[in-house]
Design a protein around this ligand. Structure first.
Ligand code: SF4
Length: 223
C-alpha cells in the first residue's frame, strides 16, 4: 500500500463517518485506564455497565480503589469478562499509582512517548492496546491503538501485513499516516469495522471503500 492510496482511504473515511463525540471529549487519564482495562475482551455495552457499577460504588481514583476490597471490585465487574483478573489488576495499579506516582498518572504522561509507554506497560494488566489508548486519548502521544476492528480492517485494506502482530500493524499504520491523523485513523477504522467491515460477513457491496479495497467481495480474511 502506498502513502497516496492510504491517504485516499482516510479521506473517504472522513467523508463517510463523522468523528464521534466521545473521541473528541477530554478524557481523565485514570478513568480512561480503568475503563480500558475493563474493556479487554468485553463488548462495549458490558464495559459501560461494569464501569457504571464501579463508579456507583467507588470514586474512580487511585486512593479509593487501592483501599477497596477486591471482592467488592469483582462484584461491580461481574458483567465483564475475566472480572477477577481485572479487579486484581485495578487494585494493584491503584496502589502503585498512589505510592509511586503521588496518586496521578500525570507524571507518566509527561514523560517522552517511549518512556511513558514503557512505564505503563509495567503496570499489572496493562498491555499495548491499553497503554496506547491512554497515551493517544489523554496525552496526544503519537501512537495508534490496535483493537480488534483496527486489526481486521487494516489487514483487509492492506494497510498492514496479513500476519502482522500488534506491533507490526501499529507500525505499518504509523508509517502510512502522519501523527496528526493517528486519532482519526484509529477512530474511523473502528467505525468502518462496526458498520461495514464486520468480522464474519463484511458488507462489501455497500462499503464506501469497495473500489479501493483489495479484499472487496473476497472471502473474509481470518483476522
Ligand atoms: S470492501 Fe469489504 S473487505 Fe474491504 S473494507 Fe469494505 S467491507 Fe471490508
Amino acid at each position: 500500500m502506498t502513502k497516496t492510496d492510504a491517504e485516499k482511504i482516510l479521506q473517504l473515511l472522513k467523508k463517510t463517518f463523522a468523528m464521534p463525540k466521545w473521541a473528541a471529549a477530554k478524557k481523565e487519564p485514570f478513568e480512561t485506564l480503568i475503563m480500558t482495562i475493563i474493556s479487554q475482551n468485553t463488548a462495549g455495552r458490558n464495559t459501560a455497565k461494569a464501569f457504571e457499577n464501579l463508579s456507583k460504588q467507588f470514586e474512580i481514583a487511585p486512593e479509593a480503589l487501592a483501599n477497596a476490597k477486591t471482592n467488592q471490585i469483582e462484584e461491580c465487574l461481574k458483567v465483564a469478562g475475566l472480572y477477577k483478573n481485572k479487579a486484581k489488576a485495578i487494585k494493584q495499579i491503584s496502589r502503585i499509582i498512589l505510592e509511586r506516582f503521588h496518586g496521578t498518572l500525570r507524571p507518566i504522561l509527561s514523560m517522552s512517548f517511549e518512556e511513558a509507554r514503557k512505564t505503563l506497560l509495567q503496570l499489572p494488566g496493562v498491555g499495548p492496546k491499553t497503554a496506547d489508548v491512554v497515551l493517544l486519548f489523554c496525552s496526544e502521544k503519537p501512537t495508534i491503538p490496535v483493537d480488534t476492528h483496527v486489526n481486521r480492517v487494516s489487514k483487509r485494506l492492506s494497510l498492514a501485513p496479513d500476519n502482522g502482530d500488534y506491533e507490526a500493524v501499529r507500525e505499518s499504520l504509523q508509517l502510512l499516516y502522519t501523527p496528526k491523523d493517528y486519532l482519526a485513523v484509529h477512530v474511523l477504522l473502528i467505525s468502518l469495522g462496526r458498520k461495514y467491515c464486520k468480522a464474519r460477513n463484511p458488507l462489501c457491496k455497500q462499503c464506501p471503500l469497495n473500489m479501493l479495497c483489495p479484499s472487496s467481495n473476497k472471502k473474509p480474511k481470518k483476522c
